[in-house]
Ligand binder design. Structure first.
Ligand SMILES: *[C@@H]1O[C@H](CO)[C@@H](O)[C@H](O)[C@H]1NC(C)=O
Ligand SMILES: *[C@@H]1O[C@H](CO)[C@@H](O)[C@H](O)[C@H]1NC(C)=O
Ligand SMILES: *[C@@H]1O[C@H](CO)[C@@H](O)[C@H](O)[C@H]1NC(C)=O
Ligand SMILES: *[C@@H]1O[C@H](CO)[C@@H](O)[C@H](O)[C@H]1NC(C)=O
Ligand SMILES: *[C@@H]1O[C@H](CO)[C@@H](O)[C@H](O)[C@H]1NC(C)=O
Ligand SMILES: *[C@@H]1O[C@H](CO)[C@@H](O)[C@H](O)[C@H]1NC(C)=O
Ligand SMILES: *[C@@H]1O[C@H](CO)[C@@H](O)[C@H](O)[C@H]1NC(C)=O
Length: 497
């Protein structure tokens, strides 16, 4: 029975187990089928997706191909553009270089004088150059001149450099030749302003054609102002308007010793006067005038050299005018300090749009208060002082800039020429005694003060023009004081001594 029970138990256990296992396998089976189904579905899905991807990729690749083609054409275009650009740029650089070169040439070509050009570029060769004495970009146009780069000299060409025959006529100056320069008078004036020396040579060959005869002048030249001049060499160092001479007159070597020109001679022989006009403030020669050539045998020929200037104007010391400032190269209008005609610094306005000779170039503004060193003092005496005929000394020093006052001696010594102001103030120590002081300049009394009653102040204010080393002091004459104050300062200094 027990066995059966056991069997039944085992059987039921087995059945149970079987049922269980079957259930599991069924479950498993369903799971696997499910899975398979799922996988299949995924596979299908993937297939669709990959198909989609494929078509998408195909279209993308197509697009990319298009893009690449587009880019290739673009690159080609850029390449062409670049090539064109390179050509254009090299052209542009070329023309830029030309512009630059022209500008360079311009800066070299537009100096004020040939000397300036040579200074800027010592390698320049002698030849024709453009210069602009009155300044680039202002005044008259640049002028075309001959530059001797060895000497740095500037020559202005004109139409009368050859030997020219004077026509036959009798009256003084009946023959006139106007000299035509290849520059305006203004430019030539500015050139001479900037130059140290200017000259013009002149040769006159004559035969029975006197410059001057029996005191009558038949020949002269006109200066740049149009005024007649009768000297044919050197400088205008005679106050007479009719100053007449030639080089032989200056040398004492004229054919006729009593005359001052060879061509003043009435002798029927071939003569000539050669001279160099050196008066730069009168040059250039603007006209040549001759007369007394009426005789058919009379010969008069003139040869006028170029107007030539050299060197750089030298200022003697400090600039004294806007003109001086212009000469040394100032071109910006403004307020400047100059050495005044007094011995003070003056302030002027320079309008450099105007040129030397123009009144508006300089406007006077006023004196500039300039002191080489300040001089100011205030000193006092609080202790009794009673030594008569002696400078009152001081025991308190409030201010003593420049140490011009020696407090221990009471003597002021002017350190510089100039105008000084002084004020001395004091009163008597004892109430009823007379009190008197003298203010002395180099021991000579020039002001004084007397009080007879202590309540009155003794005041000595004074302004004095002093020379360097002059001594000023206040000397006690009567009574005594224990209360004095002395002050003074340099009002205006003679700055250019
Ligand atoms: C069958 O799947 C279900 C749910 O997906 C899970 O709980 C069960 O354990 C699975 N059976 C087998 C035998 O893997
Ligand atoms: C005169 O100057 C002009 C420029 O101002 C120039 O072109 C011309 O060649 C010059 N003439 C002579 C003879 O030098
Ligand atoms: C330059 O001037 C000097 C001195 O006057 C002269 O000797 C020389 O021949 C001139 N040179 C030229 C190139 O004009
Ligand atoms: C004129 O100038 C010369 C030299 O330049 C000089 O020797 C002469 O003394 C001067 N004459 C007068 C009158 O000043
Ligand atoms: C100045 O010139 C005049 C005219 O030529 C002459 O008579 C006079 O002697 C000259 N004076 C001097 C100081 O040279
Ligand atoms: C003042 O004068 C006295 C006498 O001449 C001199 O000894 C002293 O050095 C002077 N003092 C000054 C500051 O110059
Ligand atoms: C100062 O002034 C005097 C006379 O006024 C003068 O002789 C002297 O040359 C001027 N200059 C100097 C530095 O003293």
């Amino acid at each position: 029975m027990a066995h059966l029970v056991l069997n039944i138990f085992v059987l039921s256990l087995t059945v149970a187990l079987f049922i269980n296992v079957t259930a599991v396998s069924v479950e498993l089976k369903t799971n696997v089928t499910d899975r398979l189904q799922e996988l299949h579905e995924i596979q299908e899905d993937l297939k669709i997706k990959s198909k989609q991807f494929e078509t998408m990729m195909e279209s993308e690749v197509g697009k990319l191909k298009e893009k690449v083609e587009f880019l290739e054409t673009k690159i080609q275009e850029q390449d062409n553009l670049l090539k064109n650009c390179q050509v254009a740029t090299s052209d542009a650089i070329g023309s830029l270089r030309n512009v630059e070169e022209n500008n360079l040439k311009k800066t070299v070509l537009d100096p004020k004088t040939c000397l300036e050009a040579r200074t800027a570029d010592p390698s320049l060769e002698s030849g024709m150059y453009f210069i602009d004495p009155d300044g680039q970009g202002r005044g008259d146009d640049p002028i075309y001149v001959y530059c001797n780069m060895t000497t740095g000299s500037t020559s202005i060409l004109h139409d009368s450099e050859d030997s020219i025959a004077v026509s036959h006529c009798f009256e003084p100056g009946c023959y006139t030749r106007e000299i035509k320069y290849n520059a305006t008078l203004r430019q030539m004036t500015m050139l001479s302003e900037l130059s140290n020396v200017c000259h013009q040579s002149i040769q006159v060959d004559c035969y029975d054609a006197a410059f001057e005869f029996n005191g009558v002048p038949y020949a002269w030249w006109n200066d740049r102002n149009g005024d007649p001049r009768y000297f044919w060499s050197g400088v205008n160092n005679n106050s007479s308007d009719r100053y007449h001479t030639c080089q032989c007159g200056l040398d004492g070597s004229c054919k006729e010793k009593s005359l001052s020109c060879n061509c003043d001679s009435d002798l029927a022989i071939e003569l000539s006067d050669v001279g160099i006009l050196l008066e730069k403030d009168l040059l250039p020669v603007t006209k040549l005038n001759f007369g007394r050539t009426i005789a058919p045998t009379s010969i008069n020929r003139h040869t006028l050299g170029r107007f030539e200037c050299n060197g750089k104007v030298v200022l003697n010391g400090m600039p004294t005018s806007c003109q001086d400032l212009w000469r040394i190269g100032y071109i910006l209008s403004g307020i400047y300090s100059i050495k005044g005609s007094s011995n003070k610094v003056e302030t002027v306005y320079c309008d450099f749009t105007k040129l030397p000779g123009d009144e508006e170039l300089q406007t006077w503004i006023g004196y500039a208060d300039v002191k080489s060193e300040p001089v100011q003092f205030t000193v006092a005496r609080k202790s009794s002082f009673s030594t008569l005929n002696t400078a009152i000394s001081f025991d308190q020093e409030t201010l003593n800039t420049g140490n011009a006052l020696n407090t221990s001696t009471g003597v002021f010594a002017a350190p510089r020429n100039g105008t000084y102001f002084f004020a001395f103030s004091s009163f008597a120590e004892s109430q009823y005694s007379t009190f008197s002081v003298d203010l002395q300049l180099n021991d000579v009394t020039i002001a004084n003060c007397v009080t007879s009653y202590a309540l009155f102040y003794c005041n000595v204010p004074i302004t004095l023009k002093l020379s360097r080393g002059d001594r000023v002091q206040v000397s006690l004459q009567q009574g005594s004081t224990n209360n004095a104050i002395f002050t003074g300062w340099l009002l205006a200094e003679d700055i250019f001594q």
